[in-house]
Design a protein around this ligand. Structure first.
Ligand code: PMP
Length: 397
């Protein structure tokens, strides 16, 4: 017997919460755990532009033959346009190569495998706090993760001095993992001036930056949200990007992501990309078609793309409106501390400042589920649950 000695793995801190919520039997339960967008009715619907593209795809598809190792070519090309902007020199000069991946998670795994095998990287600097899978993937690949300070609990803002002090220790060739926008879990992003300082620091010190870009369009807009990445590209010739369409296309279960590498020139990009394909070949050989083909169809069609952008704007707008209402209602229910910082945060998440004990009480006494770090998914708030939510939070403060 080999298996009876195996220890049970701990439940994933975020996905485990979803399972607990499902099993919750109290009525009026509220899920602010996993980062999935919900509309005003509390549903996660299919984006209309996606539904239309899927219809067209089904009608026009003629084969189920394998894709190439790096996936749907048009999807990869459109991904670069979203990342860099259509007129960027990087695209014109062929300095970037993209491989379709299984979600942003798959892209991160490929990125770190590539860095470990091909660039000699040993250390990955990761913000503290971060999305816990960052650390887990580093470990899985055999890289050492080191934390850099990010959050200041006193100001509920960026710990800029701590961040700079910690990253000053990053060595040439180290990977520095940055959240492109909508930092998970804090919702706090660097300002443009701070991005520029980091970009220059990276170039001077010789870091290899890795952008995790899972929420493009959720902070200020598709173009605006790429500002940090594009500033980095002004100063750094080489860079890695793990992007995801799970959230901005609402295609969570189609596993649509991309790994993009930017090299100094087209020839170097091509050679590096051949190694990326080698990595993919030994994991899953080549990706699935449906999600990527659907997204390529939307992005290539002007009208469908415009429709998608309008729907994305609506998602972002709803979250922003909920932030405002949430803060106003906490105050109206008698909260004495100032929660205005929640309005300033970007994306789906808010670091609410709730302690693990308070989060536990919300679950035990009120059937309200959040991550113990105090992270709440603002998109889980609706007009129907917001009164109950704010009343309950004030009771545990
Ligand atoms: N990075 C961050 C910061 C995320 O929050 C997520 C999704 N929770 C991902 C990457 C991965 O997204 P995907 O579902 O596309 O794998």
């Amino acid at each position: 017997m080999f298996f009876d000695r195996i220890e049970a793995a701990p439940a994933d801190p975020i996905l485990g919460l979803g399972e607990a919520f499902k099993a919750e039997t109290r009525t009026g339960k509220v899920n602010l755990g996993i980062g999935v967008y919900k509309n005003a009715a509390g549903n996660t619907p299919i984006v209309k532009a996606v539904k239309e593209a899927e219809k067209r795809l089904l009608a026009s598809e003629t084969t189920k033959n394998y894709l190439t190792i790096d996936g749907v070519a048009e999807y990869n090309a459109q991904t670069q346009i979203l990342l860099f902007g259509a007129d960027h020199e990087i695209i014109a000069n062929g300095r970037a190569k993209t491989a379709q991946s299984l979600g942003g998670t798959g892209a991160l795994r490929i990125a770190l495998e590539f860095a470990k095998r091909q660039t000699g990287a040993q250390t990955v600097w990761i913000s503290n706090p971060t999305w816990p899978n960052h650390n887990a993937i580093c470990k899985a690949v055999g890289l050492t993760d080191k934390p850099y300070r990010y959050y200041n609990p006193q100001t509920h803002g960026l710990d800029w001095d701590g961040l700079i002090e910690d990253l000053a220790q990053a060595q040439k060739g180290d990977i520095v993992l940055l959240h492109g926008c909508c930092h998970n879990p804090t919702g706090i992003d660097p300002t443009p001036a701070q991005w520029e300082t980091l970009a220059k620091m990276s170039a001077e010190k010789g870091w290899l930056p890795l952008f995790d870009f899972a929420y493009q369009g959720f902070a200020k807009g598709l173009e605006e949200d790429a500002a940090g990445l594009r500033l980095f590209l002004q100063y750094n010739r080489e860079l890695l990007i793990a992007s995801s369409y799970s959230k901005n296309f609402g295609m969570y279960n189609e596993r649509v992501g991309a790994f993009t590498l930017v090299a100094d020139n087209a020839e170097a990009a091509e050679r590096a990309h051949s190694q990326v394909k080698g990595i993919i070949r030994t994991i899953y050989s080549n990706p699935a078609s449906h999600g990527a083909a659907t997204i390529a169809l939307v992005l290539k069609d002007e009208a469908l793309k415009a429709q998608w952008i309008a729907e994305l704007d609506e998602m972002r707008g709803r979250i922003k409106a909920m932030r405002q209402k949430f803060v106003a209602l906490l105050q109206a229910n008698g909260a004495t501390q100032n929660f205005d910082f929640i309005i300033e945060q970007n994306g789906m998440f808010s670091f609410s400042g709730l302690s693990p004990d308070q989060v536990d009480r919300l679950k035990d006494e009120f059937a309200i589920y959040a991550v113990r770090s105090g992270r709440i998914n603002v998109a889980g708030i609706t007009d129907d649950n917001i009164d109950y939510l704010c009343e309950s939070i004030v009771k545990v403060l």
